[in-house]
Design a protein around this ligand. Structure first.
Ligand code: PXL
Length: 277
């Protein structure tokens, strides 16, 4: 396939991440900006929260005020032509509402909504009503990317089998997103199978499971890779499939890393030469 890539010295498209900071650099804003850079897309960022965090967990977190989030959005959207947007940690109902207002004003194109609720280490990152996520951002999202735990919380039901995942994707799509990706990466098994409901069609996206303990930030990385590819004008199903392949390679390339004592980050810049030559 011959999709657009950001050419070596051509002007890059601009993507925006609206997310929290992970001081350990594996997830959140840091993962998103790495991912945008790896795609040669210029990354802008609106911080929603600061977490004190490493590979072992979150020890403190503080939300950014809605006023300061709006000011960041105004600064970015008032100057750049943003081609795609990703939302991650929003912390609670107030920031959810503030971000949705910009979406309703048609200011958040190609919106990838990663409905972040808990980290893989079990720390809660959303203190609000999960149903509000669907009500506020569902109608505005191009793609919604819940993992199994998030899909369970959003729908308030158990999701165990691949058929349950397909049903969940269909049910989530009734809230208005153009596409829903339900990620089965934490389900176990030899393959990591996600289901994508897009424009009325159901697709299974399978990748070999990578044997690694370093999977911190994979959800953030996948969602921002989808946004980067949408910014590069890839069609939606290809953007999602390509983003999944990118994450699989990033997991493989970092499988032997020992950055921190817990689940470490993935290699966002796999396949790239170092700038130090
Ligand atoms: O992967 C969810 C996530 C989102 N945002 C921040 C995080 C994490 C997971 O660790 O730290 C800031």
């Amino acid at each position: 396939m011959n999709h657009r890539t950001a050419e070596r010295h051509a002007q890059p498209p601009v993507a925006l991440t609206i997310a929290g900071s992970d001081s350990g650099g594996g997830a959140g804003i840091q993962a998103d900006l790495h991912t945008f850079a790896a795609h040669r897309v210029h990354g802008t960022s609106v911080l929603t929260a600061i977490t004190a965090q490493n590979t072992r967990g979150v020890t403190a977190a503080e939300a950014v005020s809605a006023e300061l989030v709006r000011a960041q959005l105004d600064a970015v959207l008032g100057d750049f032509t943003v081609a795609a947007v990703k939302t991650g940690m929003l912390g609670g109902g107030e920031l959810l509402k503030a971000v949705a207002e910009y979406g309703r004003g048609d200011r958040l194109p190609n919106l990838v909504v990663d409905p972040v609720m808990v980290t893989t280490t079990g720390d809660s990152l959303f203190q609000g009503d999960p149903a509000a996520y669907l009500g506020e951002l569902g109608p505005l999202a191009t793609v919604l990317t819940p993992n199994l735990a998030e899909a369970r919380q959003l729908l308030g039901r158990e999701i165990a089998t691949l058929d349950d995942m397909r049903e969940a994707a269909r049910a989530l799509a009734t809230y208005g997103p153009r596409a829903v990706l339900v990620k089965g990466g934490h389900a176990g098994g030899e393959r990591s199978v996600d289901v994508l409901w897009c424009d009325g069609q159901m697709l299974d996206l399978a990748a070999p499971r990578v044997a690694t303990r370093n999977d911190h930030g994979t959800g953030c990385t996948l969602a921002s890779a989808i946004a980067a590819r949408l910014a590069l004008e890839h069609p939606l199903p290809q953007a999602v499939a390509g983003a999944k392949a990118y994450v699989t390679e990033a997991l493989k390339a970092a499988a032997d890393w020992r950055l921190g004592l817990g689940p470490g980050p993935v290699h966002h810049h796999h396949g790239r030469k170092s700038a130090v030559l």
